[in-house]
Write a protein that binds this ligand. Structure first.
Ligand SMILES: [Zn+2]
Length: 117
């Protein structure tokens, strides 16, 4: 199983899945009512929220998903493991490392005229 990452706190690891309903009710339905037993068992196990072990929120996503990759890069940048994207482009474009220049695409921003809106 692929690892997951929490979108709230950045915890990486396996999420916790909590089943709906109770085991006692499942045993009761299987033994007494019989027919709805399989339906109840499937309902308990399908579509479970993935709970974060750290913050107990159900915002865990796969680390290979787009949201997971973005959160992992954000967490790595916050911890100083990698440079943020804008800062990294400055370092890459500056060969001499003596003068830090702004990225070129920041000057391409067009001004917004409030009258046009
Ligand atoms: Zn969390």
């Amino acid at each position: 199983m692929a690892e997951s990452i929490c979108l709230v706190c950045g915890y990486e690891g396996k999420p916790r899945k909590i089943k709906r309903g109770t085991r006692g009710m499942e045993i009761f339905i299987w033994t007494v009512l019989l027919i709805p037993g399989p339906i109840y068992s499937v309902w308990r196990r399908v579509g479970l929220p993935r709970i974060c072990l750290n913050c107990k929120m159900d915002k865990m996503v796969s680390i290979n998903s787009d949201a997971g990759m973005i959160k992992q890069q954000q967490m790595d940048a916050e911890m100083g493991l990698i440079l943020p994207r804008a800062q990294a482009s400055v370092v890459m474009s500056d060969k001499s490392h003596s003068v830090v220049a702004l990225p070129e695409n920041t000057t391409d921003k067009r001004t917004i005229d409030p009258d046009v809106w």
